[in-house]
Ligand binder design. Structure first.
Ligand code: NAI
Ligand code: MG
Length: 507
């Protein structure tokens, strides 16, 4: 799998050197908490380290924010809302969002490299993240101008009209798999709607959000966006529970999502949750083999499998199964698992050692149950990658659909394969998980594709493609995959504004 011909000791050194040099270039100068437009230490004086999952080395030391910091940040956000941001017109907010998009574009390569260092994703994929970040801010820049209410026909003597007003201050908790992109998904609609934000990045990957604030400090009025780095229970929970936020948006595990929902209940905050998934990818027998294999590879191995939408359960029709899985396994084994800063790398390390271990535990569980491994099932046999949290691309066959490895989100480069013949039985199995985030269908028969799209319990269905996320596409889950939608205009209108109805007597 490793492509370089250097001895592994030399490769280890060159990976370390490449990462240290890149870190020196792209880590931003200000790494403290960003509150009210100032860089401040955490009230408790505590810090923590964020690590490079490729080398295991420390990248940077950041602040461990606590309840007091969240209090300060929420207060700064309300001050900004009351004194400046609520006076900004839609056109003015549009210009701010456009400028944010421009700053991301100007610094795209540095943002991408920093994301690769902190998260471990291949540089080619980190660049795509940054393109999407900029495009997403630009989409919401435009959306500021169409965010309006309705006039409701209401009989004689009354004029009923709705306004869509911002909440004021919202809390936003984001994960580590697409650190800057998930921040953009949340900040875009919040700011477009006229809210101020207190945002908590994931403790595993705080750096690109901090870099964003370094780059846009002069673009946003002080306090419109406040960033408090720190751990979930210390900084996330006080944010979700804070009496003065009006809405909390969370992306992460279903387990913590349930806790956040309880926390939000204390003050009846509005809530959106974007949680885990265990999404089916359904292959019909008429599929073009080569294209279907490529789509399957994207579905499960993109971002090292660390996608909430990952197509982690493959349902392939029995007519083509043998041929299909043979081609799939050989393509999976040909992926370039290496230093994610290298252009040719297609699979990087998992975000942390802990996450790699979690993935390997699921693999062990499948192995113990007697499953068959079509590919992977272990860590790469490459000394140069030994310090990184790598897991080989893994395909599992002959596994019971009730196995924990099939039912639960693994969030790593692991897919389970099922063969189907009877359509109804296949759909029943495809829907037989607690999740309902996404699904993929591969067929040239448009009628079948459409029927299947309607039959799957999923918030997002891709046909003849997978993991495509253009700006404007509402995204979110059915069942335990979440509440509400992100990305599209629906996020702004339904989830970052509240409706005020004004009923005027005409007589
Ligand atoms: P997590 O749900 O603990 O972390 C996500 C965010 O929530 C982080 O910012 C974290 O600091 C915060 N958080 C943690 N505990 C909190 C609490 N009590 N109150 C408020 N905020 C809290 O996810 P984790 O532990 O990083 O990953 C575990 C699993 O979750 C993964 O293996 C994966 O299956 C799933 N996951 C799903 C994601 C998605 O995109 N849907 C993203 C990240 C993880
Ligand atoms: Mg990290």
């Amino acid at each position: 799998m490793a492509t370089e011909s250097q001895p592994s000791g030399d490769r280890t050194d060159s990976i370390s050197q490449r990462h240290r040099e890149t870190a020196a270039d792209v880590i931003p100068p200000n790494l403290k908490l960003y509150i009210g437009g100032d860089w401040v230490p955490s009230s408790a004086g505590e810090t923590f380290e964020t690590r490079d999952p490729t080398t295991g080395e420390t990248l940077a030391t950041v602040q461990a924010g606590t309840r007091e910091d969240i209090d300060r940040a929420v207060e700064a956000a309300w001050t900004a809302y009351d004194e400046t941001w609520s006076d900004y017109s839609a056109a003015e907010r549009q210009r701010v969002l456009e400028e944010i998009a421009a700053r991301v574009e100007e610094n795209r390569e540095a943002f991408a490299r920093l994301e690769t260092l902190d998260n471990g994703k291949p540089i080619s994929e980190a660049r795509i993240d940054m393109e999407l970040v900029a495009d997403h801010f630009r989409y919401f820049a435009g959306a500021t101008r169409v965010n309006g209410g309705e006039t409701i026909p209401s009989g004689d003597g009354q004029h009923v009209q709705t306004l869509r007003e911002p909440y004021g201050v919202v809390g936003q908790i984001i994960p580590w798999n697409f650190p800057l992109l998930m921040a953009a998904w949340k900040l875009g609609p919040a700011l477009a709607a006229g809210n101020c934000s207190v945002l908590k990045p994931a403790e595993e990957t705080p750096l690109t959000v901090l870099k964003l604030m370094n780059e846009i400090d002069d673009v946003l009025p002080d306090g419109v966006v406040n960033v408090v780095t720190g751990f979930g229970p210390d900084a996330g929970e006080p944010l979700a529970k804070h009496p003065d936020i009006r809405k909390i948006a969370f992306t992460g595990s279903t387990e913590v999502g349930k806790q956040v929902m309880t926390q939000a209940a204390e003050h009846v905050h509005d809530i959106t949750l974007e949680l885990g998934g265990k999404s089916p990818l359904i292959i019909y027998p008429d599929a073009d083999l080569e294209k279907a294999v490529a789509t399957t590879i994207t579905a499960i191995f993109y971002n090292t499998g660390e996608c909430c939408s990952a197509g982690s359960r493959l349902f392939v029709h029995s007519d083509i199964k043998d041929e299909f899985v043979e081609a799939l396994a050989s393509t999976a084994e040909d992926l370039t698992v290496d230093d994610p800063l290298l252009e040719e790398t297609t699979l990087g390390p998992k975000v942390t050692e802990e996450q790699a271990e979690r993935t390997l535990e699921y693999i062990e569980e499948a192995r113990d149950a007697g499953a068959d491994f079509l590919a992977g099932g272990d860590v790469p046999d490459d000394e140069a990658l030994a310090e990184g949290s790598f897991v080989s691309p893994t395909l599992i066959d002959d596994i019971d659909h009730d196995n924990r490895a099939v039912q639960e989100e693994i969030f790593g480069p692991v897919q389970e394969v099922f063969e189907w013949t009877d359509y109804d039985a296949m759909i029943e199995l495809a829907n037989d998980v607690d999740y309902g985030l996404a699904a993929g269908i591969i067929t040239n028969d448009i009628t079948k594709a459409y029927e299947t799209a309607k039959d799957v319990e999923a918030g997002n269905v891709w046909i003849n493609q997978y993991n495509a996320f253009p700006a404007g596409m509402p995204f979110g889950g059915y069942k335990q995959s979440g509440i509400g939608r992100e990305v599209g205009y629906e996020a702004l209108a339904e989830h970052y504004t509240q409706t005020k109805t004004i009923n005027l007597a005409l007589e």
